[in-house]
Design a binder for this molecule. Structure first.
Ligand code: ZN
Length: 254
């Protein structure tokens, strides 16, 4: 595909303005129903998978160099070490800490939101349940290629944000009963729309092994100081369990 001059211009402007163009592109559903259309990509796979590490201090999801790009990942190594340690010491605490650090998959698709087609292509991020549901539609002969511009299928997405703390929003998908064309009057030029689909991998900050090591080191040193603070404040009237001792030992590299 030839280079998209408009997209390049937008990228340059965004870069000059000191902000990431991805901020406008990433899409979050709102509470309730919305209708979306997943767009076909040039490589034939509109359901992209990326791996991130969460719970590393206050960092947003960190792209895993190993699972995404086949490079060494200090967080993966640390988490496996922690897990092994947890198994050897039969420590639920260590195993839980390890689990929090293992990389997690997120899925991404280019979409247009019906009624907001003029806002252009958005990137929708979703979890495993939605991913499997979408693949299920594609493999179901009743729907087939839901991204086909001529005979694809819009999807009604219900997003339910629960009021209770600690619970996650729930996404429910329902394909429209009838197929529809992608570009009706609301979208002028369909080929222009499809050409404006960004490289989804390019929306994330790619981290090198060294970058990830630095983030992990920062995280571990702040953990260590908060661990020692809490040990000090709990010195009186609290009994350190063996598990905590093991954990401290491990964090202190003893
Ligand atoms: Zn990793």
């Amino acid at each position: 595909m030839a280079i998209n001059i408009e997209a390049m211009r937008a990228k340059l402007n965004a870069s000059k303005n000191g902000r990431k163009s991805s901020n406008d592109t990433k899409w979050r559903p709102s509470q309730g129903d919305q209708t979306i259309r997943i767009l076909p990509t040039a490589d034939g796979d509109p359901f992209k998978e990326f791996h991130f590490h969460y719970n590393v201090g206050k960092n947003p999801g960190i792209m895993c160099p190993k699972r995404n790009h086949g490079e060494d990942c200090p967080i993966c190594e640390f988490a496996s070490k922690l897990w092994k340690e947890g198994v050897e010491n039969d420590s639920a605490t260590l195993k839980n800490e390890a689990k929090k650090l293992f990389s997690r998959k997120r899925y991404y698709s280019p979409i247009v939101v019906r009624g907001k087609e003029t806002e252009g292509v958005k990137i929708w991020s979703y979890g495993k349940t939605a991913y499997e549901t979408l693949l299920g539609y594609v493999l179901d002969p009743d729907y087939g290629d839901i991204t086909d511009p001529e005979v694809g299928t819009d999807i009604v997405l219900n997003y339910d944000i629960p009021g209770t703390p600690g619970s996650f929003p729930k996404t429910t998908l329902k394909p429209r009963r009838r197929p529809s064309i992608l570009c009706d009057e609301a979208i002028g030029d369909c080929s222009e729309l499809l050409e404006s689909i960004p490289d989804i991998g390019g929306l994330f900050d790619r981290k090198t092994t060294d970058d990830v090591q630095a983030l992990l080191d920062d995280f571990l040193s702040s953990e260590k100081s908060s661990e020692s603070r809490s040990t000090e404040t709990q010195k009186y009237g609290s009994t350190d369990s063996g598990v905590d001792e093991e954990f401290n030992k491990f964090m202190n590299n003893e």
